[in-house]
Design a protein around this ligand. Structure first.
Ligand code: 5GP
Ligand code: ZN
Length: 137
């Protein structure tokens, strides 16, 4: 897609600190990291949402995510990693090209966890039924 920022990075029309690239995937440093080394793993296929992504991208993307996580924890000394993937503005997605945030973490780095809230009585089972009723493989 010609007006997509991440397609432009993939096509090298705008620069990025690329740490890995193959036929299906590119990984580069986020310009505004939570912590240094925060990496975006991006399928080259232009799709807006993860559920649209082809199987030939999903597998390779997962392997690259694992490799980057390994480096951050086992070579660069981070204590943990968050894997975050936003879909749609309500979730915080700003760039409409599928990408995975691989975020290196240290205890006390100040990045907050999400806030959970308990289900009302019976609500959890009802939600599970709703999902199972329409889930297809
Ligand atoms: P989203 O909110 O869509 O999940 O995340 C988009 C991410 O892309 C943000 O973390 C933002 O810092 C990063 N980003 C935005 N523009 C650029 C850019 O031009 N280069 C790089 N390397 N990252 C960018
Ligand atoms: Zn794109």
């Amino acid at each position: 897609m010609s007006d997509c920022l991440f397609c432009k990075i993939i096509n090298k029309t705008i620069p990025a600190e690329v740490v890995y690239e193959d036929e299906q995937v590119v990984a580069f440093l986020d310009i505004n990291p939570v912590n240094p080394g925060h990496t975006l793993v991006v399928p080259k296929e232009h799709k807006e949402f993860f559920w649209e992504l082809g199987a030939n991208s999903c597998g390779p993307v997962s392997l690259v995510i694992q490799k980057i996580m390994n480096v951050l924890v086992h070579d660069l000394g981070y204590e943990g990693v968050n894997l975050i993937q936003n879909n749609g503005p309500a979730s915080g997605q700003v760039i409409p090209h599928v990408h995975f945030h691989v975020i290196p973490r240290k205890s006390g780095d100040g990045h907050a966890h999400w806030r959970g809230a308990a289900y009302e009585a019976g609500e959890q089972a009802m939600m599970a039924e709703k999902i199972k009723a329409v889930l297809k493989f």
